[in-house]
Design a protein. Structure first.
Lengths: 520, 487
C-alpha cells in the first residue's frame, strides 16, 4: 500500500512538474502561439510561408491575385511573410494549405519556434502582447512599448475646440466691426466739423461781394457784366470747389427768400451768370433722391423755368420727397397753374403733400386761373378728395354744380368731404343730398350729415333726426343728433326732451345750454 | 444615470449660453446698423421740411394733449401754461386731476379762472367716477379743459381724457414733462406723411433735464447730471431712444412708446378700448394692443418715431426711486408680454409676432433671469473644476466690449445728430460712465429687474386674473372693463 502510495506520489509529482513545465513554457499549443503571433507585426528573423498541395488550378487562381509560388519537390510553397498581423487574412486564402514557420529562412516546427521565442523573451527582444503591463502599473514601460505617433492635433488645439474657436472668431469680428464703426463715426464727425468750419470761411468769402453786387449794381449793370468779371468780385473764391458752390447757392437762396422786388431779380441773375445752374442741372439728373430734391428746391427758389420739363419728369417719382417738391415747383412756376400733373398722380396724395400744395395754390390763385375741376376727373381718389377740399377752403361756390355731378359716383371719403364742403359753404340748395346722407348706412357719412344738418337742415331733416332718435342710438350718436336738433329748431328739441326726459337726454340738454361751454 | 444627466445638462447650458451671447452681439450690431440708416434718412428728409405750414394749415390734424396730474400743486400751473403756449393751430389741453389730495385742482381753478360746467361725461371707455369738468370763461384759456375725477391711476386718468377729447390725434404726456414749442408740429408730421399705411402711433425721444438750464419751457443749455446714476440714465436714454427705437422704427417693429410723450390715432385707441388700467406697463400694453388690432384686421399700418429732442423729463437720482421705477418697468413688460402671449412667434402678426415679441421676451423680460442663471452656471463649473478661465475671460471681454461699444455708439450718435452736450468735460464724464456702467450699475439693474419678476410672481404691485390668461383678440380688453372696475 505504502509502495503504491509512493508510486502515485511520484506520478503526481511528475505530472505536476510536466504541467509546471508546460506553464513555464510560453505557449502550450500551436493555436495559442499563432494567436500570440498575430498580435505582433514583426518578430526578428521569424517568418512564415504556406505550402500547398499540387493543384495547378488553385495555383493559377492565386497567382492571378498577384501572389507568387515556387515548386519544391511535388509541393508548392508561397513566398515568405514577416508581418504576422496578416496571418489571419492570408490563411483564409490558403485554406487548403498549411503554415510553415521559418527561423532565419529555415523551416522550423512548433517547438523550435517556441524555443526561439523564449530565447528572445529572455533577452527582452520579445514581449508577450497579452502580458504587456497596463499604463497605471508602469507608465514608462507603456511609453517604451507604444509606437511613437506624432500628435499633430495638439499643434491646432484651438481649432480642435470648436466652441473656443467660435468665441475667438466672434470676438475678432466683433472688435473689427465695432472699432470700424466707431472709427467711421469719428471720421464722419471730424469731417463734418471740418466742413462746418470751411462753410463758415466760404460764407465769409461770399457775403461781402454779394452785398456789394446787390447794393452797388443795378440790374442793367449786372446784365452787362460777363461771368468772368462777376467772378472777380469774389477774390480768392475757390469756384471749382463743390463745397464753395454749395455755400454760395445756399447763401443766394437764403437772401432770395428774405428779399423782395429788384433784389430777387438781381440774385437770380447772379445765380445764372455764375453758372450755378450747372450744379442744379447735375443735381436734377442725380440718382440720389436727396440730390434730386435739392435740385428741385433750387429750381423752385430761383425760378429756373428752363428746368421745368426736367422737374415735371419727377412728379410721379416713387420717392415721396421728390414728387412732393416737384409738384410744389410746378404749381409755383408754371405759367398757368396746370393741375393736370396732379390729376395724373399715381401715388396717393398724403395729407402733408395736400397741405404743401394748398399753401402754394392759395398764394398763386390770386394771380393765376385755377382749374380745380380737373382734379375731379382724376382716377386717384385722394386727388379727387383734395379737389373737394380746395373747393371748401378756397370758397369756390362756382364749382358746386360739378361737385353735385361728382357725388353721383363718389366713394364714402369723397361724400364725407362733399358734406363738409356743403356745411362750410352753407350750401342750402344741396339739402336733399344731405338728407339722403342722414339715412346712409355708413356711420361716418351719417354722422357728418347730422353735423351739417344742424346748420343747413329743413323740416325733412328734423323728421329724419327724430326718426334716428327713435332707434335708441348710443350716447355719442344721441348727443350728436340732439346737438343738431338744438341748433336747427330749439322748440322741437325742447319738446323732445320733455317727451323723453331720461337722464342722458337731460344731461345732454344741460351741456348744450351751459353758458360756459357755449362761450368756449 | 443622474451623473450623466447632470453633466449632459451642464453641456447643454454651455451651448445655450454661447448661443445667447452670440445672439446678443448679433442683435445689437443689427440695431446699430438699422438705427444709423434710419437716422441718416430722417436727417436727409428733415432738410426739405418746412414746419411753418402745419401751424396754420386747415388741413393739419387736431391734437388733444392729455396729461394726468396727481398731487402736482407745486408745478401744475407753470406746466399747464407751458402746454398752452405750444406753437400749433388746432389743439386742446386736457388735464386730468386724478383724485389729488393736495391743492392741484384749486390752483388750476384760480390760475385759469375755471368754472365747473354741465359737460355730459360719457364713459366710452370705462373709468372711475368723474367729479366735474372745468372750463375757463377767459378766451385765452379756451383750449384748456380740466377733468376732476376719483383716483384710478395713470391709465384710468388717460382714459377719462380720451373720453372727452375732441381731436383726431391724442398726445398722452406726463404733466411734468417739458415740451419744446414745436413738439406738436414735429410729432404730427409722420401721421400726415404716410400714404400707403395708416400711422397709428408716433413716439418721441425723451431728454434728461437734470442739471440743464431751462428757459420758457425749453432746455437752453445741456449738462450731464452730477450723480453717476443720473449720467448712467443719460447714456441709457441715448441707447434706448436714439438707437433702439430708431432701429425698431426702421423695420416697423416698435412695441413701446414712452408714456411720457406719445401720440396716438384716436379712432384706433377707441377701437381697442383705450389704456388697460390693470397693468403698470400701460404705455407698452396699449401700443402692442393697437398693433395687434391692425394685424388682426389686416390693415397696413406703421408706428413712427421722431428722434428730435422735443420732450425733457427729470430722472430719479436716488437709488431707491430708480429701483422702484425699474421694478415697475419690469413688471409692466412681463404683464404686457403675458397679456399678449398669443402673438409670440405667430407669422400672422408679422414683425410684431416674429421679431419684436421674441426680442422683448428674451432680451428684456428674461434678461435678468438669464444673467443670474449664467452666474450660477459659472459657479457650478467652478465647483466642479470644469471651469475654463480662458473661456470665462473671453466671454466676459466680449460682453464688456459689446456694452462699451453700444453705449459709445449711442453717445456718438447723439453728438452727430444733435450735439446737445457741447462741453468736452461732459463728454468725458459720459465716457467714464460708459466704462464703469457694466461693473457699477448694471448688476444693480439686473437685481432690480429680478425683484420685478419676484414681485410679479407673488402679486406685489397688483395684477388681475386676466393678465395670466391674456387677451384672445386685441379688442377683447373692452369686454374686460366691467370686470376691471369691479375688481
Amino acid at each position: 500500500m505504502t509502495r503504491r502510495l509512493v508510486h502515485i506520489f511520484v506520478f503526481w509529482l511528475f505530472g505536476f512538474s510536466a504541467i509546471g513545465q508546460s506553464y513555464d513554457s510560453l505557449f502550450s499549443s500551436p493555436e495559442q502561439l499563432i494567436k500570440e503571433l498575430t498580435l505582433h507585426q514583426e518578430i526578428n528573423s521569424l517568418e512564415y510561408r504556406f505550402h500547398l498541395p499540387n493543384s495547378s488550378l488553385l495555383i493559377d487562381s492565386l497567382e492571378n491575385r498577384g501572389l507568387t509560388f515556387k515548386k519544391i519537390g511535388s509541393d508548392w510553397y508561397s513566398s515568405s511573410y514577416s508581418d504576422w498581423s496578416k496571418l489571419d487574412s492570408l490563411q483564409n486564402l490558403f485554406s487548403i494549405g498549411g503554415v510553415e514557420f521559418l527561423i532565419y529562412k529555415e523551416p522550423a516546427d512548433f517547438q523550435g519556434v517556441v524555443s526561439y521565442l523564449e530565447t528572445l523573451n529572455s533577452t527582452g527582444d520579445f514581449v508577450l502582447a497579452s502580458a504587456a503591463p497596463s499604463s497605471n502599473e508602469n507608465i514608462i514601460l507603456e511609453a517604451v512599448n507604444s509606437n511613437y505617433q506624432p500628435r499633430d492635433d495638439y499643434k491646432y488645439w484651438i481649432s480642435s475646440d470648436w466652441k473656443f474657436s467660435a468665441v475667438l472668431l466672434t470676438i475678432f469680428l466683433f472688435l473689427v466691426g465695432s472699432i470700424g464703426m466707431i472709427l467711421f463715426l469719428l471720421i464722419l464727425k471730424s469731417k463734418r466739423n471740418r466742413e462746418e468750419e470751411l462753410q463758415k470761411v466760404y460764407d465769409e468769402l461770399v457775403v461781402g461781394p454779394l452785398t456789394t453786387l446787390l447794393f452797388e449794381k443795378d440790374l442793367a449793370q449786372l446784365e452787362e457784366i460777363s461771368p468772368e468779371e462777376l467772378q472777380h468780385f469774389f477774390p480768392n473764391a475757390p469756384f471749382q470747389k463743390p463745397l464753395f458752390r454749395i455755400v454760395l447757392i445756399n447763401r443766394i437762396i437764403g437772401l432770395n427768400k428774405k428779399m423782395k422786388g429788384d433784389f430777387k431779380d438781381k440774385l437770380k441773375h447772379i445765380y445764372k451768370k455764375l453758372n450755378l445752374t450747372d450744379d442744379t442741372n447735375r443735381l436734377l439728373k442725380s440718382k440720389s433722391w436727396s440730390d434730386v430734391t435739392t435740385g428741385i428746391v433750387q429750381v423752385n427758389e430761383m425760378d429756373l423755368l428752363e428746368f421745368l420739363l426736367e422737374v415735371k419728369k419727377h412728379t410721379n417719382s416713387p420717392n415721396f420727397q421728390v414728387r412732393n417738391q416737384a409738384g410744389a415747383t410746378l404749381l409755383n412756376l408754371s405759367e398757368n397753374v396746370d393741375l393736370t400733373f396732379l390729376k395724373e398722380q399715381a401715388y396717393p396724395l398724403s395729407d402733408w403733400q395736400q397741405m404743401h400744395y394748398l399753401r402754394i395754390i392759395k398764394y398763386v390763385q390770386a394771380n393765376k386761373s385755377l382749374e380745380i375741376s380737373v382734379l375731379f376727373k382724376s382716377e386717384n381718389q385722394t386727388v379727387r378728395c383734395f379737389g373737394i377740399k380746395l373747393v371748401k377752403i378756397l370758397g369756390r361756390l362756382d364749382l358746386l354744380d360739378e361737385l353735385r355731378e361728382l357725388t353721383k359716383h363718389a366713394r364714402p371719403d369723397e361724400i364725407i368731404e362733399v358734406l363738409k364742403t356743403y356745411g362750410a359753404l352753407g350750401a342750402h340748395m344741396e339739402i336733399d343730398f344731405i338728407n339722403n346722407c342722414l339715412k346712409n348706412p355708413l356711420p361716418e357719412i351719417r354722422d357728418t350729415a347730422i353735423k351739417v344738418t344742424g346748420d343747413l337742415g329743413n323740416e325733412e331733416s328734423i323728421e329724419i333726426l327724430l326718426e334716428l332718435l327713435k332707434s335708441n342710438p348710443n350716447i355719442p350718436l344721441r348727443k350728436l343728433i340732439l346737438g343738431s336738433l338744438f341748433r336747427l329748431n330749439r322748440e322741437v328739441f325742447e319738446e323732445y326732451i320733455l317727451k323723453y326726459p331720461q337722464f342722458e337726454n337731460q344731461s345732454i340738454r344741460k351741456e348744450l345750454t351751459d353758458q360756459v361751454l357755449q362761450h368756449v | 444615470m443622474y451623473n450623466f444627466l447632470f453633466y449632459f445638462l451642464i453641456e447643454v447650458f454651455g451651448v445655450i449660453f454661447m448661443i445667447l451671447s452670440f445672439s446678443v452681439i448679433l442683435v445689437y450690431l443689427l440695431i446699430m446698423i438699422f438705427s444709423a440708416l434710419e437716422m441718416r434718412d430722417y436727417r436727409r428728409k428733415n432738410r426739405f421740411i418746412d414746419y411753418q405750414d402745419i401751424i396754420t394749415s386747415p388741413l393739419a390734424p387736431g391734437v388733444s394733449i392729455i396729461a394726468p396730474a396727481f398731487n402736482e400743486e407745486a408745478t401744475i400751473v407753470n406746466n399747464v401754461k407751458s402746454l398752452l403756449s405750444l406753437h400749433y393751430g388746432k389743439f386742446e389741453v386736457i388735464i386730468v386731476n386724478d383724485g389729488s389730495r393736495d391743492n392741484t385742482l384749486q390752483k388750476l381753478i384760480n390760475a385759469f379762472q375755471l368754472q365747473k360746467t354741465e359737460f355730459f361725461y360719457y364713459s366710452e371707455i370705462k373709468t372711475q367716477a368723474i367729479r366735474g369738468v372745468y372750463r375757463s370763461e377767459n378766451k385765452s384759456f379756451r383750449r384748456l379743459t380740466i377733468i376732476d375725477k376719483e383716483n384710478g391711476g395713470k391709465a384710468d386718468a388717460l382714459n377719462a381724457g380720451i373720453n372727452i377729447s375732441q381731436m383726431e390725434i391724442l398726445a398722452c404726456i406726463d404733466v411734468d414733462c417739458i415740451l419744446s414749442s414745436d413738439s406738436i408740429t414735429r410729432m404730427v408730421r409722420p401721421f400726415m406723411e404716410e400714404t400707403n399705411k395708416k400711422v397709428i402711433a408716433v413716439g418721441g425721444a425723451i431728454g434728461i433735464a437734470n442739471n440743464c438750464d431751462i428757459k420758457d419751457g425749453t432746455v437752453t443749455t445741456y449738462r450731464v447730471p452730477e450723480s453717476a446714476i443720473g449720467r448712467f440714465q443719460v447714456v441709457e436714454y441715448c441707447r434706448a431712444f436714439l438707437m433702439g427705437r430708431m432701429a425698431w422704427s426702421r423695420i416697423n417693429g416698435l412695441m413701446l412708446i414712452s408714456g411720457a410723450f406719445g401720440f396716438f390715432k384716436k379712432d384706433i385707441v377707441l377701437a381697442v378700448g383705450g389704456y388697460f388700467p390693470n397693468t403698470v406697463g400701460e404705455d407698452m400694453e396699449l401700443v402692442v394692443r393697437m398693433r395687434r388690432y391692425m394685424q388682426e384686421k389686416r390693415i397696413p399700418y406703421r408706428v413712427g418715431f421722431v428722434p428730435d429732442p422735443l420732450c425733457w423729463t427729470e430722472v430719479p437720482e436716488d437709488e431707491k426711486v430708480l429701483e422702484r421705477q425699474r421694478n415697475r418697468w419690469m413688471r409692466g413688460t412681463i404683464e404686457t408680454l403675458q397679456l399678449h402671449q398669443k402673438i409670440g412667434l405667430k407669422p400672422r402678426y408679422g414683425i410684431l409676432g416674429m421679431v419684436s415679441f421674441p426680442f422683448w421676451t428674451v432680451f428684456e423680460k428674461l434678461a435678468p433671469i438669464l444673467e443670474i442663471i449664467g452666474l450660477l452656471y459659472t459657479l457650478t463649473l467652478l465647483i466642479l473644476g470644469d471651469f475654463s478661465v480662458v473661456y470665462f475671460i473671453a466671454l466676459l471681454l466680449m460682453i464688456y466690449l459689446l456694452s462699451m461699444l453700444v453705449s459709445t455708439f449711442s453717445v456718438l450718435f447723439e453728438q452727430l445728430a444733435f450735439n446737445n452736450y457741447k462741453n468736452k468735460k461732459d463728454l468725458y464724464r459720459l465716457i467714464g460712465t460708459i466704462l464703469l456702467e457694466p461693473i457699477m450699475i448694471h448688476p444693480k439693474i439686473v437685481w432690480w429687474g429680478l425683484k420685478g419678476h419676484i414681485d410679479f410672481i407673488i402679486g406685489r404691485g397688483g395684477w388681475g386674473k386676466m393678465i395670466r390668461t391674456g387677451f384672445k383678440s386685441a379688442e377683447e380688453r373692452k369686454n374686460l372693463d366691467s370686470q376691471s372696475i369691479a375688481s
